[in-house]
Design a protein around this ligand. Structure first.
Ligand code: BG6
Length: 493
C-alpha cells in the first residue's frame, strides 16, 4: 500500500480517459487497498456539475468500465467522498487560485504538506498553459512530493517533443515528470523483462546467432469510433508506432540492466532506440507500408470506410494501418529484421510478439519431414495473455514422424482478474517510481526514428497509400514486405 497522503488533480476530469480508465483505476486500487489512507481526487472540467451530479456520473461510468463492477454500496460511498468536482477554466487565474485553496485546505486537514499528483489529460496545446500556471502558483514546487503525469500524444514530431520537454523542464525537474505509455503498464508487457532476465534458458539464445526475425503485431478491431477529429491529424504511425510498438520493441531487444532500477532500465531502452537504424527517404517504400481501411465487414456487421467516419476529411490520406521493418545496429541484433504492424478495423483484436528462431543447422531430420518447423516463441499481450513456446517432438507411433507442439504459460489461469495497465502506472506514480514511464531522451529518440517516414509520407514521393477492406489483415503489400525475405506474418494473416 502507498502510504503518503496525496492530493490527486485530474485536468480533463470530465474527459474520455478519466471516464473509462482513470476513475475505474483509482477505484479498483481503493477497493484493493492500494491507495493511501488519506487522499482526495479533484476532477477539473469545463462542464457544470454539482458535487452529487459528478459523483453520480462517476458511479455510472464505474458500472460500465471498471473491471470490478461487483462492489458494495459502502465501498462506493467511502470512495465517492474523496472526489471533488471543480469547474475549471484552464486559461483563468481564478481557477488556479481555487485549486490552490482546495490543495492547501487538504494540507491543513492532514497537518502536513501532502504529496500532489497532477494528471494532465488535456489536449497538447494546453500543456503549456497548465504547467506554466502550476509553476507560477507554486503548486508543484516540492520536487520530492509533487509529480506531473503527461498523457500522449507527446508532441507531433521530434521538434515539438523537444520543445515540450524544454518547456516542462523549465517548470519542473525531470524526476517529477511522468510521461505515460499505458502499454508499459500491461502485465504481459512487463512480464517480458521477467521472462528474459529472470531465467537462464532464453537469454543465451536471444540474439542474431539464434533468432531469424521478430514480429510485433498490435491489431485492433475497433475503427476510429468518435475520435476521427483527433485521429485524422495523427494516423497509425504517430498514434501507435512512435510510442506503444517502439516501447514493446525496447522490452524485447534491450540488454539486461545491472539492477531493476528506473534509470538503469531507461538507459538500456534509450540505447536500443539509438541503435535502431534510421530509414533513408529513398528507402521508405522498401521498409514501410501504409494503408487506409475501406468498407468491409467486422464480426458479420458492415463497417464503413475510414473516409466516411465522423470527423474525418473525406479526402484524407491519413494511414490507419502501418507495417514496417526495422534493423537494430548493435552486435546482438545486427541483421535481424524486426517487423511491426498495427491497424484499426482489422480482422481481429490481437497484440503479440513472435520470436522466430533459426532453422536447425544439422540435417538429421531433413528427409521426409516437411513438418519440420523452426522454434517459435509467442508472447500474447492481449486479449489472450500467454507465452507459448513451440518445439518439435516425435509423434507417438512406430515411425519417426515429427510434430510441432506447444508449451504454454497462461496468465488468465493464474490471475483472471489482473490489474489494468492504468492501475499499475498510477500506483507507481503515487509511489514515485518512474521505471515504467518514458524519459525525455526516449521520447525524442522514438520521434527521431520515425522522422524521415513522417516527412516522406507527407510529401508522398516514394510511398503509395494502399487500402484494405475493414475486417481484413491489411493490404497485400504488408505480406510482400516479409515474403521478399522468405518470411511471413506468423500470427493470423
Ligand atoms: C491509444 C491510441 O494510445 O491506444 C488508440 O491512441 C488505441 O488509438 C489505444 O486504440 C489502444 O490501447 P489498448 O490498450 O486498447 O490496446
Amino acid at each position: 500500500r502507498t502510504t503518503a497522503p496525496t492530493s490527486i488533480v485530474v485536468f480533463g476530469g470530465t474527459g474520455d480517459l478519466a471516464k473509462r480508465k482513470l476513475f475505474p483505476a483509482f477505484f479498483n486500487l481503493f477497493i484493493d487497498e492500494w491507495m493511501p489512507v488519506r487522499f482526495q481526487i479533484i476532477a477539473l472540467g469545463r462542464k457544470q456539475y454539482s458535487q452529487e451530479g459528478f459523483r453520480a456520473y462517476v458511479l455510472e461510468n464505474l458500472k460500465e468500465f471498471s473491471r470490478n463492477n461487483k462492489f458494495t454500496e459502502e465501498q462506493w460511498l467511502s470512495f465517492s467522498e474523496k472526489i471533488t468536482f471543480l469547474n475549471f477554466d484552464i486559461t483563468g487565474e481564478n481557477s488556479f487560485q481555487n485549486l490552490n485553496d482546495k490543495l492547501t485546505a487538504f494540507d491543513v486537514e492532514c497537518n502536513s504538506r501532502v504529496n500532489r499528483l497532477f494528471y494532465l489529460s488535456v489536449a497538447p496545446n494546453f500543456i503549456d498553459s497548465v504547467s506554466t500556471s502550476l509553476k507560477k502558483a507554486g503548486m508543484a514546487d516540492e520536487v520530492e512530493k509533487d509529480r506531473i503525469i503527461i498523457e500522449k500524444p507527446f508532441g507531433y514530431d521530434k521538434a515539438s517533443a523537444v520543445a515540450l520537454n524544454e518547456l516542462l523542464n523549465q517548470n519542473f525537474k525531470e524526476e517529477q515528470i511522468y510521461r505515460i505509455d499505458h502499454y508499459l503498464g500491461k502485465e504481459t508487457v512487463q512480464n517480458i523483462l521477467a521472462f528474459r532476465f529472470a531465467n537462464t534458458v532464453f537469454e543465451p539464445l536471444w540474439s542474431n546467432r539464434h533468432i531469424e526475425s521478430v514480429q510485433i503485431t498490435v491489431a485492433e478491431q475497433v475503427g476510429v469510433e468518435d475520435r476521427g477529429g483527433y485521429y485524422d491529424h495523427s494516423g497509425a504511425l504517430r498514434d501507435m508506432i512512435q510510442n506503444h510498438l517502439l516501447q514493446i520493441l525496447c522490452m524485447v531487444a534491450m540488454d539486461a540492466p545491472v539492477e531493476f532500477e528506473s534509470s538503469l532500465i531507461r538507459d538500456k531502452k534509450a540505447e536500443i532506440l539509438k541503435a535502431v537504424r534510421r530509414i533513408k527517404p529513398e528507402d521508405i517504400n522498401h521498409y514501410t507500408v501504409r494503408a487506409q481501411y475501406t468498407d468491409g465487414e467486422i464480426k458479420g456487421n458492415p463497417k464503413q470506410g475510414y473516409k466516411q467516419e465522423p470527423g474525418v476529411d473525406p479526402n484524407s490520406s491519413t494511414e490507419t494501418f502501418v507495417a514496417m521493418k526495422f534493423y537494430i545496429d548493435n552486435p546482438r541484433w545486427q541483421g535481424v529484421p524486426f517487423y511491426m504492424r498495427t491497424g484499426k478495423s482489422m480482422a481481429q483484436k490481437k497484440s503479440c510478439v513472435i520470436v522466430n528462431f533459426k532453422e536447425v543447422p544439422n540435417k538429421t531430420f531433413a528427409n521426409g519431414t516437411d513438418s519440420l518447423r523452426p522454434n517459435q516463441l509467442t508472447i500474447n499481450i492481449q486479449p489472450e495473455m500467454d507465452i507459448r513456446l513451440s518445439f518439435m517432438t516425435k509423434k507417438p507411433g512406430l515411425d519417426m514422424t515429427l510434430n510441432p507442439v506447444e508449451m504454454v504459460f497462461d496468465y488468465f489461469e493464474c490471475a483472471p482478474d489482473s490489474p489494468e495497465a492504468y492501475e499499475t502506472l498510477l500506483i507507481d506514480a503515487l509511489d514515485g517510481d518512474s521505471t515504467l514511464f518514458m524519459r525525455s531522451d526516449q521520447v525524442e529518440e522514438a520521434w527521431d526514428i520515425i522522422a524521415t517516414i513522417q516527412e516522406e509520407w507527407k510529401n508522398g514521393t516514394y510511398s503509395p497509400i494502399y487500402t484494405y477492406a475493414a475486417g481484413s489483415w491489411g493490404p497485400e503489400a504488408a505480406n510482400e514486405l516479409l515474403s521478399r525475405q522468405g518470411h511471413r506474418w506468423l500470427s493470423a494473416t
